[in-house]
Write a protein that binds this ligand. Structure first.
Ligand code: SF4
Length: 175
C-alpha cells in the first residue's frame, strides 16, 4: 500500500504545501546522468535493466547532457586526470542538482590507493549520498537512489538559496 502524500483533506478537496508538491514531483522524475568509468557501471546497467528496473522510480530517462539531468551518478575509478572533467560536468548541471558516489572507488578511491587515482570524488565536488561496495549490488544502488529521493522530497524549492548550501559550494570554490 502506497502512503498518500502529506496534506489536508476534506470533502471534495485535497491540499498540500507547494514546496512538498514540487518535492514529490521532482523525487519521482529524477533524470540521472551516469558518469561510469569502470566496473561499477556494469552494476548500473543491471539496475536499469528489466529485473531491477529503475523506471519504477520514474528515472528511466538517462541524460548524457549535464544541462538536462538532475542527478549525477559517479560509478567507477576516477583518475586524477579525470577529476577536472568530472567537476566541469557537475558545474554544467543546472540547479537543483544532486550527486551520488556509487561504489568504493568513487567514494574513496577504493583499492586503488595510488598516485594516479582520486581518493574520493568529494575532493572535487560535493556528494549527497555514498553507496558502499566493490561493486555495490543493484539493490544497494537502488537504496542509495531512494536516499536521494528522500533528500529531493524534503528540500525546499530554492535549495540554492539556503545558507547551508551556499556555504557548501563556497568550500568547493563554486559560486
Ligand atoms: S568500487 Fe570495485 S567494482 Fe566499483 S569501480 Fe571500483 S574496483 Fe570496480
Amino acid at each position: 500500500m502506497v502512503e498518500p502524500p502529506r496534506g489536508f483533506t476534506g470533502e471534495g478537496f485535497f491540499t498540500m504545501k507547494l514546496s512538498e508538491a514540487i518535492g514529490l514531483a521532482r523525487s519521482n522524475s529524477i533524470w540521472p546522468l551516469p558518469f561510469a568509468t569502470s566496473c561499477c557501471g556494469i552494476e548500473f546497467m543491471a539496475t536499469m535493466a528489466a529485473h531491477y528496473d529503475l523506471a519504477r522510480f520514474g528515472s528511466e530517462r538517462l541524460s548524457f547532457s549535464p544541462r538536462q539531468c538532475d542527478l549525477i551518478m559517479v560509478m567507477g575509478t576516477i583518475a586524477k586526470k579525470m577529476a577536472p572533467i568530472l567537476r566541469q560536468v557537475y558545474l554544467q548541471m543546472a540547479e537543483p542538482r544532486w550527486v551520488m558516489a556509487v561504489g568504493a572507488c568513487a567514494s574513496s578511491g577504493g583499492i586503488f590507493d595510488t598516485y594516479s587515482v582520486l581518493q574520493g570524488i568529494d575532493q572535487v565536488i560535493p556528494v549527497d549520498v555514498y553507496v558502499p561496495g566493490c561493486p555495490p549490488r543493484p539493490e544497494a544502488i537502488i537504496d542509495g537512489f531512494m536516499r536521494i529521493q528522500d533528500l529531493v522530497k524534503q528540500e525546499d524549492i530554492r535549495r540554492r538559496n539556503s545558507d547551508e548550501y551556499k556555504h557548501l559550494l563556497n568550500e568547493y570554490g563554486i559560486q
